[in-house]
Unconditional design. Structure first.
Length: 82
């Protein structure tokens, strides 16, 4: 369901923000391959166009993915201006 997919995107981003990426943050715990998988899944979520009786419920997932993409980019570039 769309709520689960939205929450999954949110959780993936929070995971990357919490543990950091190996080689990017000094104490990063997330391997680069796992980070790439999170980014790929978040980008894939931008293509959620599910509709039901509530309307365009895929937009909930897409909105979270848009926000998540920016957050994931910031995780990979910790010295960039916020």
């Amino acid at each position: 369901d769309p709520e689960t997919r939205r929450n999954a995107v949110r959780a993936m981003v929070q995971l990357a923000q919490t543990v950091g990426v190996v080689g990017v943050q000094p104490d990063g715990a997330l391997p680069a391959a796992a980070y790439v998988a999170l980014v790929t899944a978040t980008i894939d979520a931008l293509n959620d166009y599910q509709t039901d009786n509530r309307g365009d419920v895929g937009s909930w997932v897409r909105e979270e993915a848009i926000t998540g993409c920016l957050s994931l980019l910031r995780v990979s570039l910790p010295d960039a201006a916020q």
